[in-house]
Each structure stands twice: as structure tokens, then as C-alpha cells.
Design a protein around this ligand. Structure first.
Ligand code: BTN
Length: 252
């Protein structure tokens, strides 16, 4: 708490030694006043969920595993908000000496082409009223070993830096960056998508995409995101295309 320099984000803070999933927990809470920007952190998640219904496994007491709940004024652009969170994580990592993190669309943070952080954003509605947005972040901080099947795909900050680091200080810095990026998101600030694109892997490259399940090889130049967070491409007929998160997967 002493390290926290935010004005509202993470000021309500809940810690669980062990929990099935911080995102699932957040789904069960009622959004009361003061919970906007609250953080739910655990040291051991036993049923962590990832994107595309995958599992998210993380070692005990070594990483940062948390969810944030928001009840924003803005009711659109959730992909952009997810990317804003990924950007905040990236900025906190790049503040550490010797690390150069990158963003991978739609919401991963990589170092050295290996995944360091994954984000799972979920929205909850009562009727058609948005009740809350839950942003779940899993960041590999001090984990030193990964299952062999993940060896080529996953890494941690400690493995990349060669030394462990203090998770609290890092978390406080992530919250600080996130608070700033959150305001940019809420205010439709064009600096936000610009900063995201600056760090995006594959920007300007001809890439493999699958659109609505159909594989398109090398026909689209990847241009990052547009102002709303949609994926932007230029095709061989020099047409600009935008795709939603649901429509497209990118293979870089
Ligand atoms: C992904 O890359 O597939 C997203 C992983 C998201 C994992 C985090 S860990 C905290 C929060 N609680 C969950 O059950 N999942 C998210």
C-alpha cells in the first residue's frame, strides 16, 4: 500500500491465499460504490481460466495473478481497454532494466517471442445494462520452470532478467501506468491506440490471418489497431479492412 501512488485504482484491494479463479470470484460480487478499480489478487489459483476456454496455470507465490473490476462511463471499446491494460503491463516491464516487451494482438505481452502475460477480459450485464468489466491478468514474474510443453512459448521476468524481483513494487507500478491508460481510454484519447501500435509485434508485416474461420495467407498487411481497438489490415487491392476480435485470429 505504501508503494501505491494511484489515486483510485487498486485502492480497494483483496488478497486470497488460494482461490479457484480471481475472474470467477469477481463475477460473484455485487458492484457497490467504491469497487470501481478494485483489485483481487491471489497467490495460488487452482482453476485459472484463459482465452478460448483454455486453462491458465501458474505456480504458487511466484507470479502476479489478479483481476480488476471496472464500472466505467464508457460502454464500448473493451478490446481497446484490454490492450490498454496490456500496454500498462508492458510499460512497467520496460521500466525494468534490460527488458524489451512487445504486445501481441489481441492481448498478450511477450518478451523474446515468448509469452509473459495473458489477459482475460469478461463483461457482465444485468439485462442490457453493463454491470462490470472484469480484467484478469496473469503475469509470470518469478517462476523459474515451465512445463516442457510450454518451454518454447512461456517465460517469466526473472528468467529473462536473470534475477528475481519484488512483486509488490512491480504491481504498484502496473497500477500506476494502468490508471493513466484507463483515463486515456475513457476519454477516447487518440494517444492510446497510437502507443499500443508502437509496441505491437508484426506491425506493417504481411501476415497469416484467419477471418471467420477462413485462412488467409500473406494477403493482408497487419496495421495494428484502429481508434476503436479493431484490427486493421491493408490487403493486396489496397483496401483497408477492420475486423473485430471475434472475427479474426492472427498468426505472426
Ligand atoms: C490468456 O492468455 O489466455 C489469458 C490468461 C488470463 C489469466 C488470468 S490470471 C487472473 C485471472 N483469473 C483467471 O481465471 N484468469 C485470469
Amino acid at each position: 500500500k505504501q508503494k501505491l501512488a494511484t489515486s483510485w485504482l487498486g485502492r480497494s484491494f483483496y488478497f486470497f491465499e488460494e482461490i479457484p479463479s480471481t475472474n470467477s470470484y469477481c463475477k460473484t460480487i455485487k458492484m457497490e460504490e467504491g469497487l470501481h478499480g478494485a483489485a483481487f489478487l491471489t497467490d495460488y489459483q487452482t482453476g485459472g481460466r484463459g482465452q478460448h476456454k483454455r486453462k491458465w496455470e501458474t505456480s504458487k507465490k511466484q507470479n502476479l495473478t489478479f483481476s480488476l473490476v471496472f464500472c466505467p462511463q464508457r460502454k464500448d471499446g473493451f478490446i481497446l481497454l484490454t490492450l490498454a491494460c496490456a500496454l500498462a503491463v508492458l510499460e512497467a516491464i520496460n521500466d525494468l532494466e534490460g527488458l524489451q516487451a512487445k504486445l501481441k494482438w489481441p492481448n498478450d505481452v511477450l518478451v523474446d517471442s515468448k509469452k509473459l502475460c495473458g489477459i482475460l477480459t469478461e463483461t457482465q450485464f444485468t439485462g442490457n445494462q453493463l454491470e462490470k468489466i472484469i480484467i484478469g491478468i496473469g503475469l509470470n514474474v518469478n517462476q523459474s520452470k515451465f512445463p516442457a510443453s510450454l518451454d518454447d512459448y512461456a517465460t517469466s521476468i526473472a528468467l529473462e532478467k536473470g534475477s528475481p524481483l519484488d512483486r509488490e513494487t512491480l504491481l504498484a507500478n502496473i497500477f500506476l501506468k494502468l490508471e493513466k491508460r484507463f483515463h486515456q481510454w475513457e476519454n477516447y484519447n487518440p494517444r492510446l491506440p497510437r502507443s499500443i501500435n508502437k509496441h505491437m509485434i508484426g506491425f506493417g508485416k504481411w501476415t497469416r490471418l484467419s477471418v471467420n474461420g477462413e485462412m488467409l495467407d500473406g494477403k493482408h498487411k497487419f496495421l495494428g489497431i484502429d481508434g476503436t481497438g479493431k484490427l486493421l489490415t491493408l490487403d493486396k487491392d489496397l483496401e483497408l479492412n477492420t475486423y473485430t476480435y471475434e472475427q479474426v485470429r492472427v498468426f505472426l
